[in-house]
Design a protein around this ligand. Structure first.
Ligand code: SAM
Length: 284
C-alpha cells in the first residue's frame, strides 16, 4: 500500500515492511492483477503485483540465483527446463547461464508482466529474447495438462499461493506435474516465509514427500520480502543436492557469472536449515 507520506508498505499477518518511494514509474491493471513499478530509495526499482513485492533491482539476484542454480547443478545434464510464472525473466536469465540447457519454456499467465519487465527491468528480462526461450502466455495448470513434452527441471517461480497462483501449490497440480518431468527430474518451488507461513511450508513439504523420494527445503535472507527470510523446496526423483560432487559443481560453475551462488553456498543452503523448520527425524 502506497501512502500519502511517500512510503510503500507490504503488510502480511500483522507484519508491515516499509520502503521510502522516490517515484511511481508505472501503475496499471491487467486482467489478473494490479501492477506497480516503484522506485525505492534504497533498493532501486521494484515490481509489485497486488500490493506484494515481487522483486527489487538491488536484491533480485539472490532469489533468482537460488531458485535456479541449486536444482540445475544438482542435475548432471539439465537440457530441458520449464519455468512456470517468472514473467520478469530473472529465472530464465539464470537458467541460460548453463550452456547444456537447450530449451527453456516460460509459462506466464499474465502477458502484461512480461511487457512491464522488458520496459522497466532490462537487467532482469534481457534474456527473454534468447533463441532457446519459448514464451507461453498460459495458466501453468492448463499448460502441463495439454503439453506432453518432458523436462529435466521444473521451476515454479510464482506469486504467493493466492489468486492465480493458488493452484500451483495444490496436490492436483503437483501430481500432474510429475507427468511432464523425466524419471530423474527435479522440481523447485518458491515456498514463502518460514516465520510467517511455517504451517503452510510444513504442509507443502509433507505432500511433496508423497511425490518425490528426495525433498529438501532451503532458506535465505532477503531485505525486500516480509519477515526477511524466504524459502524454496526442491523435490527430486533421483539426484540429491547434498550428494553432488563439489568438484563437479566447481568445474561447471567456473566462468559462470554469479553474485550469490557458488559451490559452497550450494551445500550451505541445504545444510543450514533452521531447527524450527526441521521435523524431529530430519534433525537427527
Ligand atoms: N519472485 C516472485 C515471488 O516470489 O513473489 C515471483 C515473481 S514472478 C513475477 C511471479 C509470476 O507468476 C507473476 O508474473 C504471475 O503472473 C505468475 N503466475 C501466477 N500464477 C500463475 C499461474 N497459475 N500460471 C502461470 N503464471 C502464474
Amino acid at each position: 500500500m502506497l501512502n500519502k507520506t511517500g512510503w510503500f508498505y507490504e503488510e502480511i499477518n500483522g507484519l508491515r515492511l516499509g520502503f521510502l518511494v522516490e517515484g511511481i514509474l508505472y501503475q496499471g491493471h491487467s486482467s489478473y492483477q494490479e501492477i506497480y513499478v516503484l522506485k525505492f530509495k534504497k533498493l532501486g526499482r521494484a515490481l509489485i503485483l497486488d500490493q506484494c513485492i515481487q522483486l527489487t533491482e538491488r536484491d533480485e539476484f539472490i532469489y533468482h540465483e537460488l531458485i535456479v542454480h541449486p536444482a540445475l547443478f544438482t542435475h548432471p545434464c539439465p537440457q530441458k527446463v520449464l519455468v512456470i510464472g517468472g514473467g520478469d525473466g530473472g529465472s530464465v536469465r539464470e537458467v541460460l547461464k548453463h550452456e547444456m540447457v537447450e530449451v527453456v519454456d516460460l509459462v506466464e499467465i499474465d502477458a502484461e508482466v512480461i511487457k512491464v519487465a522488458e520496459k522497466y527491468f532490462p537487467s532482469v528480462s534481457n534474456r527473454l529474447k534468447d533463441k532457446r526461450v519459448n514464451i507461453h502466455i498460459s495458466d501453468g495448470r492448463w499448460y502441463i495438462k495439454k503439453n506432453r513434452f518432458k523436462y529435466d527441471i521444473v521451476i515454479i517461480d510464482s506469486t504467493d499461493p493466492v489468486g492465480p497462483a493458488k493452484v500451483l501449490y495444490e496436490k492436483g497440480f503437483q501430481q500432474d506435474l510429475v507427468e511432464v518431468l523425466n524419471e530423474d527430474g527435479i522440481m523447485v518451488i518458491q515456498s514463502e516465509s518460514p516465520y510467517l507461513h511455517e504451517q503452510f511450508i510444513k504442509g507443502l513439504c509433507d505432500f511433496l514427500k508423497g511425490i518425490y523420494p528426495i525433498v529438501r527445503i532451503y532458506v535465505y535472507a532477503t531485505p525486500s520480502y516480509p519477515g526477511g527470510m524466504w524459502s524454496f523446496i526442491l523435490g527430486s526423483f533421483k539426484y540429491d543436492p547434498l550428494m553432488v560432487d563439489e568438484a563437479l559443481i566447481e568445474t561447471r560453475w567456473k566462468g559462470m557469472h554469479t553474485k550469490y551462488y557458488n559451490p559452497k553456498v550450494h551445500k550451505g543452503v541445504f545444510l543450514s536449515v533452521p531447527q524450527f523448520m526441521l521435523k524431529e527425524e530430519e534433525s537427527e
